[in-house]
Design a binder for this molecule. Structure first.
Ligand code: G6Q
Length: 548
């Protein structure tokens, strides 16, 4: 069974949304609040320890009704059912999309080609548990009999961003192991990382779904060479003690010399950018222990259940996805900012950039036709309050519409009240100010309390006016725990899915990434060989200059 091919612009809801946009485009969000004191209750979803307040959006209940009508007309319910059941919805690669199976319950059944994959998933989970516990407790040791102190994750893209983001995100829960991530094929970064490492106590985890990625293989090979350098007194057989690998390509792994007991399989029905729940998350389990890794999966599973079963109007990923479509396709917004008010989530937007932009950055529909409406939003962001002291100026007073997700926590982890109150005061104040803005009248009143003359006040006022009316979603979560982080990540994964369904595109291939992999191979030959193949004159000149 394949996903439906429904052009969203041909639906009744789309036409109605266009008319609705024309009729409401100049509405002020704050006026909706003045007209309805219950608005925030009506536009808040409370689920587990999540509170999602989407009332500070330029929407009325009619907008929500029409957006959900659109979701119904593109048959989102059916699509969700197919997504979870293992249908080949990654049609251009002929694969199912089943990262949700990686966090399913042991008693669940998920069939791929008629085979229930849950038992395999749990087998690998047991292997992850045994391996990570042996490393953490010091039972597995390095070539001189010392316990491991450092772990280097060698991978790129989906084999790096998820683990790196979660390891940073859950640092509070971390053990003694020091984690390092090498992704770029930048030798300087590799040697900068190795510089502080002791080969006797360092474990290297090579993560590559395909085990053919140039960056990862080059880095792994260079690191293996370093590990085997004469100064350390290591031998080829020591590689087995210090290298582990995660991949679908077990043959290539054994060619690299990694012992079978240290090899963790994954499956082609797990997309790279959704793979942190698989053995790709080995670094996470090493950093915070298996129990916490499992709790991360449990949180994601709870969000999966919510997404599968909640009515659309109470369904967090559906509502967030449809709001984003409202701004992207009707208000003409091009970007979305994601601002977590916790330093732990400093890598969160970078991680979501891949998930969202790689999945939905497509311009051809499921029939292979070029589409005439906007798809994937551009995602960016940094933690608050740092971002307030940087790019918030543009959100407040620039010319662009930037819907923003604010993610904050009721409780801090170290329980330092004074700091947390200040942090969260900024969190709440920003969404309020972004909506309300500041009118000239208010600015003038403020300035008249200073020593400024009337002319000076008049001249300065326009620069201090804030137009307001900037839409935000507020996600207030109880506490940053492995479980709540799992749910938060899964929430965005499902938002990606919903948007792909509405836009009638294939969200789970990435031909743009594959192109990059091919191009570099050709140019590398041009750099290494004496002859340079055919290129445009700019590229030719640049290559000649580089080779001199
Ligand atoms: C993710 C992409 C991409 C991929 C990397 C690494 O969805 O496909 O980012 O994860 O290119 O690929 P390997 O894991 O195969 O090395």
């Amino acid at each position: 069974m394949a996903l439906q091919h429904i052009d969203p612009t041909t639906t009744n809801a789309w036409n109605k949304l266009e008319a609705h946009f024309e009729a409401t485009k100049n509405h002020q969000i704050k006026d909706y609040f003045n007209a309805n004191t219950d608005r925030s209750v009506a536009f808040t979803i409370i689920w587990n320890d999540f509170l999602v307040d989407f009332s500070k959006n330029n929407i009325s209940s009619e907008t929500i009704e029409l957006l959900l009508q659109l979701a119904n007309e593109v048959q989102l319910k059916d699509a969700i059912q197919q997504y979870f059941s293992g249908a080949l919805i990654n049609q251009t690669e002929g694969r199912a999309v089943l990262h949700t199976a990686l966090r399913a319950k042991k008693t669940d059944t998920v069939l791929v080609d008629g085979v229930n994959v849950i038992s395999e998933v749990y087998e690998v989970k047991s292997k992850i548990k045994a391996f990570t516990e042996a490393i953490i407790l010091g039972h597995k040791k390095g070539f001189t009999g010392k316990a491991f102190t450092d772990v280097v994750n060698i991978g790129i893209g989906g084999s790096d961003l998820g683990p790196a983001m979660v390891v940073e995100g859950l640092k509070y829960y971390s053990n003694h192991l020091k984690m390092h991530f090498v992704s770029n094929v930048d030798g300087d970064h590799v040697f900068e990382t190795l510089k502080h490492l002791n080969p006797e106590t360092t474990l290297f985890v090579v993560v590559s779904k395909t085990f053919t990625t140039q960056e990862t293989l080059s880095n792994a090979t260079t690191i293996k060479k370093w590990f085997l350098s004469k100064d350390f007194g290591t031998t080829q057989s020591d590689v087995a003690k210090h290298f582990a690998a995660v991949s679908t390509n077990t043959q290539k792994i054994s060619e690299f010399g990694i012992a079978a007991e240290n090899v963790f399989p994954m499956w082609d029905w797990v997309g790279g950018r959704f793979s942190l729940w698989s053995a790709v998350g080995l670094s996470i389990a090493l950093a915070v222990g298996f129990e916490n890794f499992d709790a991360l999966l449990e949180g994601a599973n709870e969000m999966d259940e919510h997404f599968k079963t909640a009515d659309f109007e109470q369904n967090i990923p559906v509502v967030l996805a449809m709001l984003s479509i409202w701004y992207n396709n009707f208000h003409g917004a091009e970007t979305e900012a994601i601002i977590p008010y916790t330093q732990y989530l400093s890598r969160f937007s970078a991680y979501l950039q891949q998930g969202i932009m790689e999945s939905n950055g497509k311009s051809v529909d499921r029939n292979g036709k070029t589409i005439n409406y906007q798809t994937g939003t551009i995602i960016w962001g940094e933690p608050g309050t740092n971002s307030q002291h940087a790019f918030f100026q543009l959100i407040h007073q620039g010319t662009k519409l930037i819907p923003t997700d604010f993610i904050g926590y009721k409780h801090s982890l170290y329980g330092e009240k004074d700091h947390h109150n200040k942090l969260m005061a900024n969190f709440f104040a920003q969404t309020e100010a972004l909506m309300n803005g500041k009118e000239a009248e208010e600015v003038k009143n403020e300035l008249s309390a200073t020593k400024m003359t009337a002319t000076e006040i008049e001249n300065l006022t326009p620069f201090k006016v804030f137009k307001g009316n900037n839409p935000t979603n507020t996600l207030l979560i109880d506490k940053l725990t492995p479980k709540s982080l799992g749910a938060l990540i899964a929430m965005y994964e499902h938002k990606i899915f919903v948007q792909g369904v509405v836009w009638n595109i294939f969200s789970y291939d990435q031909w743009g990434v594959e192109l990059g992999k091919q191009l570099a191979t050709t140019v590398l030959k041009d750099i290494e060989n004496s002859e340079i193949s055919k290129h445009d004159s700019s590229t030719l000149n640049l290559l000649h200059k580089f080779k001199i």
